[in-house]
Design a protein around this ligand. Structure first.
Ligand SMILES: Cc1cc2nc3c(=O)[nH]c(=O)nc-3n(C[C@H](O)[C@H](O)[C@H](O)COP(=O)(O)OP(=O)(O)OC[C@H]3O[C@@H](n4cnc5c(N)ncnc54)[C@H](O)[C@@H]3O)c2cc1C
Length: 548
């Protein structure tokens, strides 16, 4: 297994041994308390596992024996750690529940299959004995997709795919790779790089999320990279064709991408890969405002400039990032010089930072960078160079750990993400921002408390882009789940009202269910239900997710 679960936090992000440099930086915490309109941020530690009461496992002895017979006794686990770790994903709501010791969604047992035949056998048993099954990749999902919900069934098991983590094959002529679905980002990338290839998919959750989870949740671009998949269902194996294109009716792979563990368990997937670029050049620019940065990205996309990453932070995110990078770390004099320089150049009012990555052989990467620079300059941007870009690349996977540290200090942090066409982008940005600010104020713990609402534009295409809002706010300590539900509802309604999708890359899970019928239409939901009925007639797979 490429990830050893026992070394991870059961109620937070990543490795248990991880230490960040944030907690001791008092200057940062004082700044944050002031920003949030709070006199101070309170210590709010999580409850340790030993103090939490875990509901008794309801797995019946004969079912346990039958599972043991399929996967081997050591691969059916029901220790407190295993059940707690698999109780939910890693959304803000999940973290609040886990930290408060609410393990009501812990599965009765966790099963680690080692191959497709074992997955098929577990599903056949579960359908016969009416046991709910929750497929689990890295557990980094942020919409409640891996919570151990039982639906109408007495027993629920989680199928942790992490033992199915082999790179099976590379087809160098077709530039595709086939791997088992439980392989996580670093293991897949390492195996590909060893052969001179890359997948080029690096979500912020890269370290722990898996190939199967990316496809099941339609993570950024994952559906576009999918060539073929094998999915185990209670009715048997489903295999999609691996043609580069086909006009033979609706493509079966289109019911695999975004299936969220509700239609079947993805066991293998074939995806597009690229030859490792000779050069990967990460740079940063500063724009005078969000509108000019967004316009530069739109033009770059429509002129076909090749960037493998483009992320534009709005003024709030740029300001927050700067505080995070410098307060309590960099001397006041250095900060003063930086501020002075940007002021002199006229980038001190609403500066917005953009990160871009150019890849290929040296000639191509440099030429695309120059083309982008020309567009950025035309829109008033100042180049910050390679150092600022590389700094982002070096530290980007540290950011998820910051959520745990914030939660320890009585503050909340969560993202709301969406996408729309360029013509609706400005209205969507303004609408969601206003809704978030108002909802945070309304649900604040005290008069004058407020949140920081930041936004990032990414995943741009010639037609549109995604917007990812991150908000940091003071928690209402005696009602923090309800507080977030109110904020999320306001944001989701603003997303729908302004022509955005309810999710650009996080999926539906449980958390986006209230809005999914509005997006798909009742007939669309009926079609999905019919697919579910055909593949999983008893309805054991991931009850209560994706389908209202
Ligand atoms: C801090 C943080 C940062 C994140 N950053 C990003 C980001 O930058 N980009 C992005 O796209 N997403 C991001 N996410 C969301 C999350 O990482 C993605 O949704 C990811 O695709 C989930 O992968 P996973 O392997 O962890 O899946 P899991 O969380 O284990 O599962 C997600 C869903 O897929 C199903 N599933 C998992 N494996 C299988 C399988 N083999 N067969 C069938 N169904 C399966 C589960 O049942 C569940 O419904 C982030 C989340 C967090 C908490």
């Amino acid at each position: 297994m490429s990830v050893d679960r026992t070394r991870m936090r059961w109620n937070g992000w990543g490795w248990a041994a991880h230490k960040d440099d944030i907690a001791p930086r008092e200057e940062l915490w004082t700044w944050l308390a002031t920003e949030l309109g709070m006199p101070a941020l309170l210590a709010t530690p999580a409850r340790p596992l030993e103090e939490v009461t875990l509901p008794a496992s309801k797995l019946l002895a004969p079912d346990r024996t039958a599972l043991n017979a399929i996967v081997g006794e050591e691969h059916v686990r029901d220790t407190a750690f295993e059940r707690a770790f698999h109780a939910s994903g890693r959304s803000y709501r999940d973290l609040l529940r886990l930290r408060a010791g609410d393990l009501s969604t812990a599965p009765d047992a966790v099963v680690y299959p080692r191959g497709t035949e074992e997955v098929l056998a577990v599903l056949a048993l579960a359908a016969k004995e009416r046991i709910a099954v929750v497929p689990f990749g890295g557990g980094t999902g942020a919409v409640g997709g891996v919570s151990g919900t039982r639906g109408p069934f007495e027993e629920v098991i989680t199928l942790d795919m992490s033992a199915m983590d082999r790179l099976i094959d590379i087809d160098p002529l077709s530039c595709t790779a086939t791997a088992e679905a439980g392989i996580c980002g670093p293991a897949l990338e390492k195996a590909l790089r060893a052969k001179g290839y890359t997948l080029g998919h690096m979500p912020d959750s890269f370290e722990f999320s898996t190939l199967g989870g990316w496809i099941a949740h339609c993570a950024e671009g994952a559906a576009n990279r999918l060539v073929a998949a094998k999915m185990a269902t209670p009715r048997g194996p489903l295999s999609t064709g691996d043609f580069p294109a086909s006009a033979a009716g609706v493509q079966m792979k289109d019911i695999v991408a975004g299936s969220e563990g509700v239609f079947g368990v993805i066991t293998e997937a074939t995806v597009h890969i690229r030859r490792l670029p000779q050069m990967s050049d990460c740079r940063a620019w500063l724009f005078r405002d969000f509108e000019s940065g967004a316009a530069a990205i739109r033009i770059a996309m429509q002129e076909g400039i090749a960037c493998s990453t483009l992320r534009l932070s709005d003024a709030e995110e740029t300001r927050f990032q700067r505080a995070y990078d410098t307060l309590g770390k960099t001397s006041g004099a250095v900060q003063w010089i930086g501020n002075r320089y940007f002021k002199l150049r006229g980038y001190d009012v609403k500066p917005c930072k953009l990160i871009a990555v150019f890849e290929g052989d040296e000639r191509i990467a440099s030429s695309e960078r120059r083309r982008f620079h020309a567009v950025a300059r035309k829109h008033g941007a100042l180049s910050l160079g390679r150092g600022a870009g590389e700094q982002w690349r070096k530290t980007r996977f540290q950011a998820p750990y910051f959520r745990d540290t914030l939660l320890d200090r009585g503050a909340g942090i969560e993202t709301v993400e969406t996408a729309t066409s360029w013509s609706k982008l400005d209205a969507l940005h303004a609408g969601v921002q206003t809704a978030l600010e108002a909802a945070i104020r309304d649900a604040a713990p005290r008069e004058g408390a407020r949140g920081i609402v930041m936004c990032r534009l990414a995943d741009a295409s010639p037609q549109g882009a995604s917007l990812c809002f991150t908000t940091v706010f003071p928690r209402l300590l005696d009602g923090d789940i309800d507080q977030w539900s109110r904020i999320k509802k306001a944001a989701a309604e603003a997303v729908i009202a302004n022509g955005g999708t309810i999710s650009h890359h996080l999926g539906v899970g449980r958390d986006h269910l209230p809005w999914i019928t509005q997006e798909k239409g009742q007939l669309g939901i009926d079609v999905l239900r019919a697919v579910k009925a055909a593949l999983d007639p008893v309805g054991i797979l991931n009850p209560g997710k994706l389908l209202p």
